[in-house]
Design a protein around this ligand. Sequence first.
Ligand code: NAP
Length: 320
Amino acid sequence: MMNALCVHAFGGPDALQLTQSPIPSPGPGEVRLKVEAVGINPVETYQRAGSIPSLPLPWTPGTDAAGTIDAVGPGVEGWRPGDRAYTSATITGAYAEWTVAAAATTHPLPAGLTAAEGAAIGIPYATAWRALVQRASAQPGEWVLIHGASGGVGLAAVQIARHLGLRTIGTAGTPRGAELVQAQGADHVLNHSQPGYLEEITALTHGTGPAIILEMLANVNLAHDTQLIAPRGRIIVIGCRGPIEINARHLMVREADVRGLLLFNATASERQAIHDALAPGLATGALRPVISQSFPLAAGPAAHTAVMQPGAAGKIVLIP
Ligand code: NAP
């Protein structure tokens, strides 16, 4: 038996209950990971609260984990017990001492990365890469505004944007977050809780506006984004926690696009392309997740509370 966090009834953070569960066995095409770290993502709090329908209960959350492969199912090639790996999609849930994932969604953990860093790759780096490359078709030299750069996806986007030769403006809501965004390579950092920062974005881009905006909180910012974006620019909606009214005329006159992104919509080949593209940067250290806080597995409720609080400064992980 193993420790796992299980949701038996949807609710607040305390709905995550430490439970004794059977250690899962990998089926055909699957591997089992001895989990050393788990990445906490905001989506798991929405799922835990029951706002994403049709999840069968009881349910162990989590897609992102890293550790050591300790069993491989029939037909798996390329993985052996003892290999270090991270996964970006589990079958049995990541918030546990062991997890089973498809071999196809399990990736080598580069030698220089800790398990905690590996657990911070799955959703954040894949989302940031999909946003910049697959949705925005970013070109070297373009200006990108990462509107909410201090969290898991935002810091990944800062690093990837730098790696791709983009010019970046990142925003954060606290001095600590702003320092981190600067340290990860943003050309300019602004505080999204200070009045007047939007005018600075226009000035920094010499009046043109950013060609790309990665938006982490569209329900607050989209109406402003439609006025900031450069002609023929692309606004990528990554995070949105409610409705917002916009004046579509701002998009019309700029011939600008608002494009949604949902990582779960990526096809298997798009996902594979993302993780293949991330691998060289992760291996050299050009891309390296930033961990803000670690919690033991039993403190899952505290981790869920923390991930929804303002003042992000990287990723929150659980250590089983
Ligand atoms: P996170 O680590 O909790 O970071 C949240 C970010 O939002 C922080 O940088 C935070 O900055 C920023 N923020 C807060 N208030 C803001 C404002 N007024 N304007 C701009 N940014 C603001 O979360 P994450 O993992 O990076 O994810 C970010 C969002 O994207 C979440 O809503 C998540 O659910 C969503 N997401 C969606 C997808 C998808 O497939 N569409 C994938 C991954 C994530 P401060 O804390 O410094 O204020």
